[in-house]
Design a protein around this ligand. Structure first.
Ligand code: HXC
Length: 284
């Protein structure tokens, strides 16, 4: 699948800024994380894409590798982020095949629309397990490599890119609460809290840990479910102060910023990329 560069990257980013660095991304075949990964690979990174479905994961890896001649992108399927041993083995394989893990995107997520009355305890737990426990497992499995990366690329280093770095992909629902998304709201609140602790514990090692909170993004599975009719979509677009939904490129650009040397000193924060949508989420 050929995806035009304009769909995942602004023109301001310089070629090669991530050369000789490796990105490890869970959910990398998904709509948002694949755009984040394309941008990173385009700018020089190699990447390891982790997913549950082997065919989808390997296909995404092959497609993403095409954005840059010589890019090394591997797909590791049959990995469930709920299983720490799966993730640990995937991280070991990434380091064996690509030499390092310098950047991590914890992007694997589970979502469906359901009222609390329609959520079984197991349904609630399934999303907590994927989003929250999955993010913890991803951090735990990759942090030794990120510490090594940070030792190779120390912080401060005003003239270069420091590392390693983690971004978790979260959401904004928990800022206000969100009907039909109680499970996701709770899971993402825990993700944000976890990442704050990671930034405190691993900042002294030179590792940065941040969160990107996308708002309504065009073409994503999550939004297709949340706004399944044209009327829903129009209502949700009207509620965004910037007057539009975000694009996958908006999220990819935020990722490049946080992982680039422009983001060397950004740690323990959440970058909300939502056109100020969350400020009206509660009906303001
Ligand atoms: C109520 C539901 C449900 C639904 C599943 N369940 N779908 N309950 N309404 N629509 C219940 C099941 O009945 C079961 O409970 C429990 O959830 C676990 O379901 P399983 O199918 O056994 O689990 P599993 O195969 O692990 O699937 C996990 C999943 C699934 C979360 C349910 O949707 C999934 O794999 N999703 C991954 C892909 C995905 O969702 N991507 C979109 C991410 S978008 P019982 O009691 O019956 O055992 C995103 C962005 C959020 O996260 C922000 C949007 C703007």
């Amino acid at each position: 699948m050929s995806v035009p560069k304009s769909e995942y990257l602004s023109s301001v980013w310089a070629p090669g800024i991530f050369a000789n660095r490796v990105l490890f991304v869970t959910g990398g075949a998904g709509t948002i994380c694949s755009a984040q990964t394309r941008a990173m690979v385009h700018l020089g990174a190699d990447a390891c894409i982790i997913g549950r479905n082997p065919e989808k994961t390997e296909k995404a890896a092959k497609d993403i590798a095409k954005v840059r001649s010589g890019a090394r992108v591997i797909g590791i399927g049959n990995v469930d982020v709920r299983n720490f041993d799966n993730l640990k083995a995937a991280a070991e394989r990434c380091v064996k095949e690509l030499g390092a893990i310098d950047f991590v995107i914890a992007g694997a997520a589970g979502n469906f629309i359901a009222p609390i009355s329609g959520l079984s305890p197991n349904a609630f737990k399934a999303v907590i397990d994927i989003d929250t426990i999955g993010t913890f497992n991803t951090v735990k499995a990759t942090i030794p490599y990120l510490i090594e990366s940070a030792a190779r690329n120390p912080n401060p280093n005003p003239n270069g890119l420091t590392g390693g770095r983690i971004i978790s992909v979260s959401a904004t629902f928990h800022y206000t609460g969100m009907p039909l998304q109680a499970h996701v709201s709770a899971a993402k609140a825990a993700v944000d809290s976890l990442m704050a602790s990671v930034s405190l514990e691993y900042g002294p090692y030179g590792v940065t840990a941040n969160v990107i909170a996308p708002g309504a993004i065009e073409g994503t599975e999550g939004m297709e479910r949340l706004a399944s009719s044209a009327a829903d979509k129009q209502k949700m677009t009207k509620a965004v102060p910037s007057g539009r939904w975000g694009s996958r490129r908006d999220i990819a650009d935020a990722t490049v910023y946080l992982f680039s040397d422009a983001g060397n000193y950004v740690n323990g924060t959440t970058l909300v990329v939502d056109g100020a949508g969350w400020r009206r989420q509660g009906g303001n």
